[in-house]
Write a protein that binds this ligand. Structure first.
Ligand code: PAF
Length: 272
């Protein structure tokens, strides 16, 4: 992969990169289109990264379908699909990790303590292998996007990190490979995440400034559905991810909710 990248760059071609864990959906494909628009060559990767799953999480059952992913990547015009295996990425003796000091201590990082260490490590490895000019990540994983932007700045990686807007199913559910776990009966509960965010945006547009009241209303809405367990609902600074009690500037509202056994996340900008 590195040899190919270097050949392409020596020939003056720019490279856009979309890292994924596969089981591609329209969200991933929209990131690929964004990459395509920005560079001469489009590289995507598929690697279900064991380092970002905790011991009780769904690494073993994470949905996979390499044949379908290859076909979809081809249709989207991916020039190179990089699919390393676990032994190549984490050979015996592997012991170097990338860890951010502050951003992981908010939101998802609180209930997924190894997640951002795993993401930062694998993404920096992929960046070193692919050497892209531009990398595209979904805004659905807002904290991940912030972590990667910070890592790229802090480590002087010189890659333009682009955020792609969240793509939603009909009804507003943010697209995610994990949506495949949801049963038909759980779907209305899953839609409550986006409904809660929209309700919050409406409250703020209507003059509400107290984050606690916005969060409480979201909590009430989501808990009105059976089978939901809220991990967090937070109104945070869009850069630092610190809690913001008074919404007197644009903020980000983010939430994580378990619907049955499926953990879903979503987020939205709230603009007073
Ligand atoms: O968002 C994902 O699919 C993953 O966290 C990523 C960025 C590919 C790293 O494994």
């Amino acid at each position: 992969m590195r040899r190919r990248s270097r050949e392409l760059k020596a020939g003056g071609r720019s490279i856009a990169f979309v890292p994924t864990m596969g089981f591609l959906h329209e969200g991933h494909l929209s990131l690929m289109r964004e990459g395509r628009r920005r560079c001469d060559v489009l590289v995507a990767s598929i690697f279900v990264n064991p380092a970002q799953f905790g011991p009780s999480e769904d690494f073993a059952t994470y949905p996979r379908n390499m044949e379908r992913d290859i076909a979809l990547s081809r249709e989207e015009g991916v020039d190179i699909l990089f699919t390393p295996d676990r032994g190549e990425m984490y050979p015996p003796g592997f012991q170097t990790y990338v860890q951010l000091e502050q951003l992981p201590h908010h939101l998802c990082g609180l209930s997924r303590p190894v997640f951002f260490r795993g993401v930062a490590t694998v993404v920096s490895k992929l960046f070193h292998i692919v050497e892209p000019d531009v990398a595209v990540f979904g805004e659905k994983d807002y904290q991940q996007l912030m972590v990667i932007r910070r890592m790229v700045a802090d480590l002087d990686l010189g890659i333009d990190v682009v955020g792609g807007p969240t793509v939603r199913e009909q009804g507003g559910l943010a697209m995610s490979s994990r949506n495949a776990y949801l049963t038909a009966r759980q779907r209305p509960a899953a839609l409550s995440l986006n409904r809660a965010l929209q309700q919050a945006a409406g409250m703020v547009a209507g003059g509400e400034r107290e984050a606690a009241r916005v969060v409480a209303a979201a909590r009430d809405l989501i808990e009105s559905f059976a089978d939901t367990a809220i991990d967090y609902i937070a109104v945070v600074d869009p850069e630092t991810l610190e809690d913001v009690p008074v919404i007197d500037r644009p903020v980000r509202m983010a939430l994580a909710v378990k619907v049955g056994a499926t953990r879903l996340i979503d987020n939205l900008a709230l603009v007073p």
